[in-house]
Design a protein around this ligand. Structure first.
Ligand SMILES: C[S@@+](CC[C@H](N)C(=O)[O-])C[C@H]1O[C@@H](n2cnc3c(N)ncnc32)[C@H](O)[C@@H]1O
Length: 336
């Protein structure tokens, strides 16, 4: 990696913020000029710095701000690349302390591609050191958090609409399985209120620690953060009114067995909501699950049905994911 700029980094290439920002800007300009037809996005300005200078000279601050942000991001990407190159050179010259110091600076500045750092031969001599492993864990966490929390996510995730349709009531007991950084946990906690309970469950210690900190900071005593097993959410029998799994079930290997555990954890009248990625080729959506984790909705329906759960509501408004709420077959006729 990092002999290439961060703007070309796999994560950034997948979310080309600079180009995206400039293209959106250009699209906005085209619409402002009356051209609102459904056509491919216009090319970004050839010379963003000159376009920014022109916007500033014209006093057009609305137009100038996104250009300035895009230029900042590009400069930051070059900065990260330069820091990484210095770290590599120290690694190649056999100077571990300097290599660590520069790698840490690159990480603090925005280095995201952990796999490439781990595989980089320039750091072969450092790989077994605790400092390297700790650093690469921190880089992984930063990249993962960026995927979960980047501003573009709200646009495709529509969390408020998802929450509205989940119709969580104050006092309910909810399990957020694969809670991650708490994107939905915190919303669920507010929806159940102080009388309710949210079990925020995950298998990853780094994310669990981060989430514990966020929950404590927000003073949400109704949230319990706990580690679970990859094949078992460790739900007590009939203990929750709602299970939510967002972008998590596709990680589970034996989904029929897992669905049985979900069903066993549901209290009478309970529901289990699954939101997960619609299968798409990686070329179309490089940030989605890899092909080996692809999980068509029909497969989830079958696993749930074998556990006695059937779709009670199917929502189609999410562009990237399916969203299905399952209930016990015998309870669907009487469900509100
Ligand atoms: C793509 S993230 C989604 C996080 C969160 N639900 C959200 O919407 O932001 C998937 C999360 O599921 C966790 N995870 C993966 N496999 C799991 C399993 N078998 N049980 C519980 N959590 C799991 C991961 O550690 C990660 O935090």
């Amino acid at each position: 990696m990092p002999s290439r700029p961060l703007s070309q980094h796999p994560l950034r290439r997948r979310f080309p913020a600079v180009v995206g920002c400039l293209a959106l800007l250009a699209a906005g300009a085209a619409r402002a000029g009356g051209s609102d037809e459904a056509s491919p996005l216009p090319a970004p300005p050839a010379d963003p710095a000159a376009t920014l200078a022109a916007a500033l000279a014209a006093g057009d601050h609305e137009r100038a701000l996104p250009l300035a942000l895009a230029l900042h991001e590009e400069a930051e990407a070059r900065h990260v690349e330069a820091l990484y190159t210095v770290a590599r050179l120290h690694g190649l010259l056999g100077r571990p302390d300097e290599a660590f110091a520069w790698l840490e600076r690159a990480a603090a500045t925005g280095l995201l591609g952990v796999q490439e750092v781990r595989r980089d031969e320039a750091f072969a001599a450092l790989r077994d050191e605790a400092r390297f492993q700790d650093l690469t864990r921190q880089i992984w966490l930063k990249g993962y958090l960026w995927l979960l929390e980047r501003p573009e996510r709200d646009a495709y995730q529509q969390p408020e609409e998802v929450m509205r349709l989940l119709a969580v009531r104050p006092g309910e007991r909810v399990a957020d399985i694969g809670a991650g950084s708490g994107y939905f946990t915190l919303r669920l906690a507010r929806a159940v209120g102080p009388e309710g309970r949210v079990r925020a469950l995950d298998i990853n210690d780094l994310l669990l620690d981060l989430l514990r900190g966020r929950v404590a900071e927000a003073g949400l005593a109704q949230v319990e953060v706990a580690k679970v097993q990859p094949d078992d959410p460790l739900l007590a029998p009939a203990s929750v009114d709602l299970i939510l799994m967002v972008d998590t079930l596709h990680y589970v290997k034996d989904r029929p067995a897992y669905a049985r555990r979900l069903a066993a954890g549901l209290a009478p009248g309970g529901r289990s909501a699954i939101v997960d990625f619609l299968p798409k080729p990686l070329e179309e959506r490089p940030w989605g699950p890899p092909p080996e984790q692809e999980m068509p909705r029909a497969e989830v329906d079958a696993a749930m049905a074998a556990a006695g759960l059937v779709p009670a509501a199917v929502h189609h408004f999410l562009a990237e994911q399916f969203f299905v709420v399952y209930r016990r077959a015998e309870e669907t006729a009487s469900a509100p």
